[in-house]
Design a protein around this ligand. Structure first.
Ligand code: KG4
Ligand code: ZN
Length: 340
C-alpha cells in the first residue's frame, strides 16, 4: 500500500511517500528562518510559507519516491493539533488531491504520530510500549498496547518541554528556537551552578509542569542582571543553560523511567523535537537495560515530518477492515475518513 503524507501543523511543510512502512521519500521545507527574527512562530507567516512550499514539496516527494500520484492508494494529513491556518493549508491540499484523484484520505493526530514514527522505525512488535513525546507544544506519556490502541497516562499541566526550552532561550536573548541553542551552550559547562527546581518529579502521577522551572530561571536572570540593567555574559548563559537543561531532563527522564517500570513496559520510545536533546539522549541511554530498551527516533524523524503521518496512517488504514476508520481510533474525535 502506498500512502502519501502531508504535514503542515507548525513551521515545517512536509510531504512524504511511505510504502509498507518503508519511507520512500520525506521532503521537509522549514520556515524557521522567517520566524527567528520575531523570536517565535508567527502563525500568519507560517500559513503563507506553507502555501508557497507545499506544491514544490509534493513534486519532490513523488519524484524521489519514483511514484506517480495515480499509484498512491491513500492520502494522509495531519488533522491537528497545530496552528489553525497552517493545518488548513495541508488539509485543503489533501482534500483537493483526494477529490481530484478519487483517493480516500485519513487525518491523523500529529503528536501520537511522533511516537509511532519511532515504533515503526525500529519495527517494534512487542507491546506494551511506553512513549515519551516531547515537542514544542506537547509533553505526553502514552502507553501503547498495539499500534491502534493507546492510553494517555500523563501530560504537561502548563508549558510543554520544548516551549520551556524556547522561552528560557528567549529570556537569555538566544535565537529562536532556544532548544538547540541551550543544548549547544550547555555542553561547555560541567557544574550545576544554579540547581533549579524539578517540578512534580516525585509526585505519584505521570503529569509534568515546566512553567515554575521557567519562572525560577527568570528570577535568577533578574537577580544576575540587577533587574535587566546589565547583560548576561556568555559564560553565565552557558551556566544557566546547563542548570535549566539538567532540571528539565531530570524530570523527563525520572518520570518516564518510573512510568515504564510501573506500567511494565519493556520499551520506552521517544518522539518530538526535544528528543534531539543530547543530554536527554545520554541520560536515558545510560539507563537502557535488558529489562528496558530505550529508542530514540533517527534525526530525520525527530522534528516535524510527513513520513510519521503517512507511516501511522498506513497502519491505521490496514487495521480497519471496512476502510471506514473509527474516528476514535485515530485519536482525535473530529478526524474522520472521507471517501472522496
Ligand atoms: O516536534 P517539533 O519539531 O515541533 C512541534 O511539534 O512542536 O519540536 C520543536 C521543539 C522546539 O521547542 C525546539 O526548541 C525543540 O523541539 N528542540 C530541542 C532541541 N532541538 C529541537 N529542545 C532541546 N534540545 C534540542 N537539541
Ligand atoms: Zn511535532
Amino acid at each position: 500500500m502506498i500512502v502519501l503524507g502531508i504535514e503542515t501543523s507548525c513551521d515545517e511543510t512536509s510531504v512524504a511517500v511511505v510504502k509498507n512502512q518503508k519511507i520512500l521519500s520525506n521532503v521537509v521545507a522549514s520556515s524557521q528562518e522567517i520566524h527567528a527574527v520575531y523570536g517565535g512562530v508567527v502563525p500568519e507567516m507560517a500559513s503563507r510559507a506553507h502555501v508557497q512550499a507545499l506544491l514544490p514539496c509534493l513534486d519532490q516527494a513523488l519524484q524521489k519516491a519514483r511514484v506517480s500520484m495515480k499509484s498512491v492508494d491513500w492520502l494522509s494529513c495531519t488533522g491537528g493539533p497545530g496552528l489553525l491556518g497552517s493545518l488548513l493549508v495541508g488539509m485543503s491540499a489533501a482534500k483537493s488531491l483526494a477529490l481530484l484523484l478519487n483517493k480516500p484520505i485519513v487525518y491523523v493526530d500529529h503528536v501520537l504520530a511522533h511516537a509511532f514514527a519511532t515504533i515503526s522505525h525500529y519495527k517494534l512488535k512487542k507491546y506494551p510500549i511506553l512513549s515519551l513525546i516531547v515537542s514544542g507544544g506537547h509533553t505526553l506519556l502514552v502507553k501503547w498496547s498495539s499500534p491502534t490502541n493507546w492510553q494517555i497516562l500523563g501530560r504537561t499541566l502548563d508549558d510543554a518541554a520544548g516551549e520551556a526550552f524556547d522561552k528560557v532561550g528567549k529570556m537569555m536573548g538566544l535565537a529562536y528556537p532556544g532548544g538547540p541553542e541551550i543544548d549547544r551552550r550547555a555542553k561547555t559547562v560541567h557544574q550545576d551552578r544554579f540547581v533549579f527546581p524539578r517540578p512534580m518529579m516525585k509526585e505519584a502521577n505521570w503529569n509534568f509542569s515546566f512553567s515554575g522551572l521557567k519562572t525560577a530561571v527568570l528570577y535568577q536572570i533578574k537577580s544576575l542582571t540587577q533587574d535587566h540593567t546589565t547583560t548576561l555574559s556568555d559564560d553565565t548563559i552557558a551556566e544557566l543553560s546547563y542548570s535549566f537543561q539538567e532540571a528539565a531532563v531530570d524530570v523527563l527522564a525520572h518520570k518516564a523511567l518510573r512510568c515504564a517500570r510501573e506500567t511494565r513496559c519493556h520499551s520506552l520510545v521517544l518522539g518530538g523535537g526535544v528528543s534531539l536533546n543530547s543530554r536527554l539522549r545520554a541520560r536515558l541511554q545510560a539507563e537502557s537495560t535488558s529489562r528496558l530498551s530505550i529508542y530514540f527516533p533517527p534525526l530525520s524523524l525527530c522534528s516535524d515530518n510527513a513520513a510519521m503521518i503517512a507511516a501511522w496512517a498506513e497502519v491505521l488504514v490496514r487495521a480497519s477492515s471496512s476502510k471506514r476508520l473509527d474516528a476514535k481510533m485515530l485519536g482525535y474525535k473530529a478526524y474522520s475518513v472521507l471517501q472522496a
